[in-house]
Design a protein around this ligand. Structure first.
Ligand code: ADP
Length: 221
């Protein structure tokens, strides 16, 4: 990958999640420093990103030596060891890191990370579980993101029941309390789509709305 983007990322913890985040950022063209306490993980991951170093991030001096403050975004991807995850986040905050993203194992852990000052808390297992569940319930669902407990965004193959109708005729806003924010037909994306736009077989709709309405739509054949 060509390193032409200036934003610098550090990823701490090279488990499955951290590895995946670090690799993706690197492939997107960003500078990535990957850090893990385990020498074996570090060896395995060398040559995959810009730099890989072995360090225990619950040690303030190690963090300082890495110049962690100079990174634009630091991702705490330590999973199993909750104590190391929390201590690392706290130290990063103390050192004045600008933007901290931390992975939480559960809601309480997430609350704690927010209190400590993580700028963003992510729940990869929970989110992926939800996505898979929605996809299992309805084969039309391609992507599902919960924005809040009562609001979600879903990418859905147009249900047969809607094919042939215009968006105005389908009137999803009244029937399901959702909005179609974009329509995909092959490579072509229309956002926002016009009310007179007819829904064709194979069209993909991006829909935002109350979770209840979204769920009803998912259940349409
Ligand atoms: P996942 O569930 O995403 O696979 P894991 O918890 O299995 O995540 O892996 C997290 C990684 O974090 C491990 O490779 C582990 O060596 C690393 N790690 C744990 N504690 C520390 C620490 N104090 N400093 C740096 N890395 C750590």
């Amino acid at each position: 990958a060509v390193k032409n983007k200036t934003k610098q990322f550090a990823v701490i913890g090279l488990g499955r999640f951290g590895t995946s985040v670090a690799r993706a950022l690197y492939l997107l063209g960003y500078e990535v420093l990957a850090i893990d306490a385990d020498e074996e993980q570090v060896q395995k991951f060398s040559e995959e990103v810009t730099h890989v170093v072995q360090a225990d991030t619950t040690d303030e001096n190690s963090l300082k030596a890495l110049g962690i403050r100079n990174f634009d975004v630091v991702i705490v991807a330590i999973g199993e060891n909750m104590q190391a995850n929390v201590f690392t986040t706290l130290l990063l905050k103390d050192l004045g890191v600008k933007h901290i993203v931390a992975k939480a194992r559960n809601e309480l852990h997430g609350k704690m990370l927010e209190k400590i000052g993580a700028d963003r808390v992510v729940y990869p297992e929970r989110d992926m579980g939800q996505r898979v569940a929605h996809n299992l319930v309805s084969t039309n669902v391609l992507e599902y993101i919960e924005l809040s407990p009562n609001l979600s965004i879903v990418e859905i193959t147009a249900p047969k029941a809607l094919v042939g109708q215009s968006l105005a005729e389908a009137d999803l806003r009244a029937k399901y309390k959702v909005n179609v924010v974009a329509m995909k037909r092959g490579e072509q994306v229309t956002a926002p789509p016009q009310p007179n736009e007819k829904i064709a077989k194979g069209d993909i709709l991006i829909i935002v709305g109350e979770s209840q309405g979204v769920q009803k739509l998912e259940e349409l054949e």
